[in-house]
Write a protein that binds this ligand. Sequence first.
Ligand SMILES: [Zn+2]
Ligand SMILES: [Zn+2]
Ligand SMILES: [Zn+2]
Length: 144
Amino acid sequence: MNRIDKAYKILADQAYKTTEPRRVLIEFLDDDKNKHLSCDEIYDRISKDHPNMGIATIYRNMQLFEELGIVTKLTLDDGISRYELANLEEDVHQHHHLVCLNCNKLIEVKEDLLGALEVEIEQEHDFKIVDHDLKFYGYCSKCK
Ligand SMILES: [Zn+2]
Ligand SMILES: [Zn+2]
Ligand SMILES: [Zn+2]
């Protein structure tokens, strides 16, 4: 099952209809070019091909997708929520991000060295870690 079908299944399992706007949004978000966008940016890109898609519909559905775990919300210091389609794989950890303090660009980091740290923390604090969340702040190649 690909990510799109998984997202549809999550909707169906929770008794939400796979409406046309939801399908359009999920397929749009599945494209790696359309990652880390705010609702306004999604609207700007989608409304060209789908003039019937209103900004309120996008806001409402992105909120629903977040509640259902279909998308991950990234909130930066500018207070704008940006979204990306979640992995939707069991036990596959979401990647981490580099955040440019100047232009708010988000860059994905594939390297994850935190597994060893988790083991150490689990032993030290007798705590079962199931996930972690980490952002690195700095300046991107253009801004530095
Ligand atoms: Zn930058
Ligand atoms: Zn990302
Ligand atoms: Zn990690």
